[in-house]
Design a protein around this ligand. Structure first.
Ligand code: ADP
Ligand code: MG
Length: 366
């Protein structure tokens, strides 16, 4: 059983102050795994709680398969919910926790004890905790507890699964493992799932589509490739992993940092102030005299598998990722090539850039 979720012009205000949600609309397809990604305070939890029925919107509609869900009481909505802080019942065993939703059903729908036991065994197998039914939450690791929480949410055969930063409290390695595990679980069970996270890597890796939120609004909805490769706004770009953000002045389609031309827009953009975003792995360095902008190494540090170098070009500062075997003395002149950069001019949509021509820069031209 899997349903489409329609969020239609939903707004929510808590007393005075800016709205927590400002006319949010979103279509989630049956069996889709959608990540709500955004900084703290952007309204992710509020939206999830409204879909769950734990909160009423100030206005707007929520539909499950085209039917109004807001008039359906929480218990009847068919929602499986998992929060960040494994809200397991501490005095109950793992098996009792998982069975809780089944045992709370109205008398007419109450499964027999044998059915409950068999369903709990199936669910514990699904979350790979077959032998843990008799333990108490305190005897589990954080990751195991979240898997129990998920089994408990799945026990009622929910129409929609809502996960609010379910791995937020876990360490990085466990998070990564659970991410992969959740994706596989979703592919097997196919519940329509809304997954909240502030971790872009998690959202990109897990989701069929990513909804990027900022200040109560949806900034962009798209596939992981859409939001990463074609960010619709500077906010979205800035949120998609590490990048250098350079204040530029745009003139005739060319972005200048101070007096230095550093990038040329591939589409028409208005003149005026703009922001240029570049990711460290999209910057390559060459020897002086090779094509590129004239830059200078300012600093470097080890960053996992690569070495990250800070380079000054005119008044701009870029970060570039290079092989750790390459020597980069501070103060060394280098040719800097921006393999990819995105320009947001005067609030307009983002456009891709290429290197400015030799005439535009006058630097290191072949
Ligand atoms: P997120 O989950 O993205 O961090 P939230 O949905 O929790 O964001 O919060 C969005 C905004 O709504 C925040 O400004 C928060 O302070 C406010 N907010 C959330 N819940 C309440 C509440 N119960 N009462 C008052 N303000 C709230
Ligand atoms: Mg939240």
């Amino acid at each position: 059983m899997t349903v489409a979720v329609t969020i239609d012009q939903v707004g929510k205000s808590f007393g005075t102050g800016p709205a927590a949600l400002d006319n949010v609309s979103l279509e989630v397809r049956p069996s889709e795994l959608v990540a709500l990604l955004g900084p703290s305070g952007s309204g992710k939890t509020t939206l999830l709680r409204i879909v769950a029925g734990l909160e009423q919107p100030s206005h707007g509609r929520v539909l499950f398969d085209g039917h109004d869900a807001l008039s359906v009481p929480v218990r009847r909505r068919g929602i499986g919910f998992v929060f960040q802080n494994y809200a397991l019942f501490r005095h109950m065993t793992v098996a009792e926790n998982v069975a809780f939703g089944l045992r709370s059903r109205p008398r007419a729908e109450l499964p027999t004890e044998t059915e409950i036991r068999s369903r709990v065994a199936d669910l514990l197998a699904l979350v790979q905790l077959e032998t843990y039914g008799g333990r108490f939450p305190a005897q589990l690791s954080g990751g195991q507890r979240q898997r129990v929480a998920l089994a408990r949410a799945l026990a009622i055969e929910p129409k929609v699964l809502l996960l609010d930063e379910p791995f937020g409290a876990l360490d990085a390695l466990v998070r990564k493992e659970l991410r992969k595990w959740l994706r596989e679980l979703h592919d097997r069970t196919g519940h329509t799932t809304l997954f909240v996270t502030h971790d872009q890597e998690e959202a990109l890796e897990l989701a069929d589509r990513v909804v990027v939120m900022g200040k109560g609004r949806i900034e962009q909805v798209g596939t992981p490739d859409d939001v990463y490769d074609r960010p619709a706004s500077a906010t979205v770009f800035g949120f998609m992993g590490e990048s250098s953000r350079i204040e530029v002045e745009v003139k005739d389609g060319v972005a200048h940092a101070g007096t230095t031309a550093i990038a040329a827009a591939t589409q028409p953009v208005p003149d005026g102030p703009g922001l240029l975003y570049v990711r460290p792995h999209d910057v390559s360095l060459g020897l002086p005299g090779t094509p590129g902008l004239k830059g200078e190494v300012r600093a470097f540090r080890r960053h996992g598998a690569i070495r990250r170098v800070e380079i000054g070009v005119g008044s701009a500062l870029f970060e570039a990722d290079i092989a750790p075997t390459v020597r980069v003395p501070i103060g060394e002149p280098v040719a800097v090539r921006l393999d990819r950069a995105r320009l947001f001019a005067s609030g307009g949509p983002g456009v891709d850039c290429r290197a400015p021509s030799a005439q535009q820069t006058g630097e290191y031209a072949i």
